[in-house]
Write a protein that binds this ligand. Structure first.
Ligand SMILES: [Zn+2]
Ligand SMILES: [Zn+2]
Length: 363
């Protein structure tokens, strides 16, 4: 039965974000996004639930009843099928939580391309990713702060095209960027949203799923930030300022594009970046190699570790590199052994069973 609460039920655009869709729905029905959240049971207390669905699945059946849009179509407007869907496996959940905790898909953050909004007033799903700082269609920067009130744009504002202070976001002056600055949004949009391919990364990157791509980007992002700003410790709030985010995010993607040479160059820079330690391996590498082992232990990331081992082997006379290489190689050998171990166990078990039955037969 049609719920009389809504008079207009717009069809979502294929590249629209679910949070933006709710704002548009509210606007067309002269109500507030909060009312739609409430009517759809999407509030936790008084706070709207995160509909990005990076680490979870939020029930949308009530929103379906309200909008008469199929539930599966509504899920497509979130990141559920690219991220949240994989939350049941322990290693995947760890990855998704890190993506979420690092704020790369933030509950309280919103950004827009003023030209896209002028062309069609709906909120694009790609803008929900904080690492995306430019519009690949208009070659300009995304706007995350209102030029009139100076506040960060709210994802729950009353109109897609207006800040809550009344400023028309379509009137933001576009800040144009170079072609190289739109490679990251172009790649993500093509690889994970549309399936078209114009940017080619090495095979290892092409194989990465959306969650693994984001995770690796975040991992390297933190180190690039340290290098760029000579920070021995990552200051979370400092690294998330829009301008810094823009520079570091693009620099991180440059490493992906120029792999493996660019990774070598990054390591060179990282080695001379000041650390908390003043001698030994940690003076040059900090905890980088430990972090590589700890944070990138999945098979999908083994190419990163292998490239690092290769780098260390390139200058055999360097004693520090020799030590780092040994530690990493030991880890990789242990990992390979672990992979063989279960098979060994199965064979031993089978032999034991056979022996037992032989004993029984012989009495
Ligand atoms: Zn645009
Ligand atoms: Zn404003």
């Amino acid at each position: 039965m049609r719920d009389p609460f809504l008079r207009r039920r717009p069809v979502p655009f294929p590249d629209e974000s679910i949070r933006g869709y709710i704002v548009r729905l509210a606007h067309l029905n002269r109500t507030s996004p909060r009312n739609i959240y409430q009517k759809s049971s999407l509030l936790t207390g008084t706070v709207p639930r995160s509909l990005l669905m990076i680490t979870d699945k939020v029930p949308l059946s009530k929103l379906q009843d309200l909008t008469l849009i199929e539930e599966s179509k509504l899920y497509d407007l979130s990141f559920y099928s690219l991220a949240g869907k994989y939350r049941d496996k322990r290693e995947d959940l760890k990855i998704l939580r890190r993506i979420s905790a690092k704020g790369f898909c933030s509950v309280f953050f919103s950004q827009v391309c003023p030209i896209c909004l002028s062309e069609k007033d709906f909120h694009r799903k790609l803008w929900e990713l904080r690492m995306i700082t430019t519009c690949h269609l208009h070659k300009c920067r995304l706007v995350s702060t209102c030029p009139q009130c100076g506040k960060i744009l709210s994802p729950y504002r009353r109109f897609v095209t207006y800040c809550d202070c009344g400023f028309d976001l379509r009137k933001c002056s576009a800040k144009y960027v170079n072609s190289s600055d739109i490679l990251l949004p172009t790649y993500i949009n093509e690889k994970y949203f549309t399936g078209i391919k114009t940017i080619h990364l090495t095979e290892e990157f092409q194989q990465l799923s959306f969650r693994h791509f984001l995770y690796l980007h975040i991992f390297l992002y933190e180190y690039i930030f340290k290098c760029e700003f000579s920070q021995s410790d990552l200051q979370y709030s400092a690294s998330f300022k829009p301008e810094i985010m823009h520079q570091v995010s693009l620099k991180t993607f440059e490493i992906f594009i120029g792999w493996p040479k660019s990774f070598y160059e990054f390591i060179e820079t990282y080695r001379i970046t000041p650390k908390n330690s003043s001698s030994g391996i940690t003076k040059e590498f900090g905890r980088f190699h430990y972090q590589l082992i700890e944070k990138l232990s999945l098979e999908e990331f083994s190419f990163v570790l292998n490239t690092f081992v290769q780098y260390c082997g390139d200058i055999p006379s360097d004693p520090i590199l020799k030590q780092v290489k040994k530690q990493l190689s030991d880890f990789l050998t242990r990992k390979r052994r672990k992979m063989i171990f279960p098979f060994k166990k199965i064979i031993l078990y089978a032999l034991k069973v056979q022996l037992k039955s032989l004993e029984l037969m012989l009495g």
